[in-house]
Ligand binder design. Sequence first.
Ligand SMILES: O=P(O)(O)OC[C@H]1O[C@](O)(COP(=O)(O)O)[C@@H](O)[C@@H]1O
Ligand SMILES: [Mg+2]
Ligand SMILES: [Mg+2]
Length: 322
Amino acid sequence: MRRLPPVLLEDGCSRELLSLIRTILAACKEISFRVGQGALSGVLGSTLDENIQGETQKKLDVLSNQLLKDILLETGYVKAIASEEEDYTVAGNPDAKFIVAFDPLDGSSNIDINSLVGTIFSIMEAPEGSDASDPSIFMQPGDKQVAAGYVLYGPSTMLALTTGNGTRIFTLDKTHGSFLLTHEYAQIPAKTNEFALNMSNQRHWQPAMQNYVADLLAGDTGPRQENFNMRWIAAMVGDVHRVLTRGGLFSYPADTKDPNKPYKLRLLYEANPMAMLVEQAGGIASTGTERIMSIQPDAIHQRVAVILGSKDEVENCLSYHQ
Ligand SMILES: O=P(O)(O)OC[C@H]1O[C@](O)(COP(=O)(O)O)[C@@H](O)[C@@H]1O
Ligand SMILES: [Mg+2]
Ligand SMILES: [Mg+2]
C-alpha cells in the first residue's frame, strides 16, 4: 500500500506543503495515541476553563490544541495559526508561507463515552507581505484553501485529505506509524436515503428545514415516496466520514434556540475544510442560501449553517430554501 508522501508528491503537492501536512499528522498521531489510551492517559473529563466561545474545555481539547500548536510553531512551517481553543490567532514564523486553522478535537462530548472524535484542519497561504500577528490574514474564503483534511480517531485512525485533486482516505498503520492510502478517490454517491441532523432542535429550525425534514420523515407515505434513515454521531468529523464513505446528507442548520448563536459550526476550521473534502468528492456544501467556500469570513470563530453531502439530496434540501 502506498504511503502518504509519495502519493502527494505525485499529485504535484510542493515539498513545503507536504512538510506542513506531515507536521500536522505528527501531532495527530500523538493525539491518536492519547485518545486510544482512554482513561489510562489521565486526560478524560473536563477542565475548569471555558474557551472564548463559552464552551467548557475538555482536558483532551486542551491537550490536542497544545500538541498541534507547539509542533506547528516549533517547526516554523506556519506564519500563524487559528484554533477553536485559542481566543486569538497566534503568530508563527514571519517568513513562512502557510497559515493553518484547526479544530484540535471535534466531537468533544464523545470523549468520555469512548466514541468518535477527530482533528479538522484547513491550510491556506498567507497573503504576500502580510503581518503574522494580523488576524485578518485568515479572512479568506474557503476557495483559497490549498489543503484540508481531518484525522478521525475511531476503531482505526483515518485521514481524509485533499490538496485540490480529489479526496483521498488513508489509514494509520500503528505498527509503523505511517498513513497508508486505503481509498484512492472518495466519491460521494449522488443519491442517498440517509440524513444526519440533531432532531432535538427541530422546533427551533427555520420553516424551510422543518418542511424538508417533515417530508423525509413522511417516508413512502409522503411526497418523497421513499423511506429515509437517520444517523447522528454528535461529532461532525464522524458524520462527514460516513458521508464521504457511503453518502448521506449532514446538516447543522440555523436555529432560534439561542438568539445570540443562530449557528453551531465554525466556518474556518469546521465548515470550510469539510466543504472542500466534500466538494472534492463530488458532493455539495451550502449554508442553504450560499456555497460555504464562497463566504468571505469576518471573524476567526464565525459560525455558519451547514448542509452538505450527496449531491441530489443536498439539492433537494436547497430547493426548500429558495
Ligand atoms: O451537541 P450537538 O447538537 O449534537 O452538536 C454536535 C456538533 O457539535 C460539534 O461537536 C462541535 O464541535 P466541537 O466538539 O469541536 O466543539 C460538532 O462536531 C457536532 O456536529
Ligand atoms: Mg468541532
Ligand atoms: Mg473542538
